[in-house]
Write a protein that binds this ligand. Structure first.
Ligand SMILES: [Zn+2]
Ligand SMILES: [Zn+2]
Length: 133
């Protein structure tokens, strides 16, 4: 079981999953969203995910002309879980407040557009663009 929360504590969730693989996206859109090197997420089945509180505090924004969406707490601005595909959700890895010692970076995506100062130092598989298996 994975638990997580936003900075102000309004948004809380749990996921009943064995998934421990972290995907790090280095694209310019994720970099602007976080103000950092990108965003690290887990991808989990929608059926395994449950909101514990704060769903009413969540806003999301879709970048015009794309399917890129940011999901965030309206009160504190933290990234929060959101829709990935029809059957999956993404979980921002930095919001995980339990079991995070077991998380490991499995994949880096959009490595070709990473910031020049972003040095990848783990063994995650590097993909030049989108996830390619
Ligand atoms: Zn919050
Ligand atoms: Zn991205």
């Amino acid at each position: 079981m994975i638990h997580g929360a936003c900075n102000c504590g309004e948004v809380r969730y749990e996921v009943d999953t064995e998934t421990r693989d972290v995907y790090v996206c280095h694209c310019s859109i994720c970099r602007r969203f976080t103000g950092s090197a990108g965003i690290a997420v887990l991808v989990v089945d929608r059926g395994a995910f449950r909101w514990l509180s704060g769903q009413d505090s969540i806003s999301h924004w879709t970048k015009p002309g794309s399917d890129w969406e940011s999901w965030f707490c309206r009160t504190c601005g933290s990234a929060v879980p959101g829709t990935n595909t029809e059957t999956t959700m993404f979980i921002p890895a930095g919001t995980v407040s339990s079991s995070d010692a077991e998380l490991r970076v499995a994949h880096h995506i959009y490595v070709n557009s990473k910031a020049a100062w972003d040095v990848i130092g783990d063994t995650g598989k590097q993909h030049p663009g989108a996830f390619s298996g």
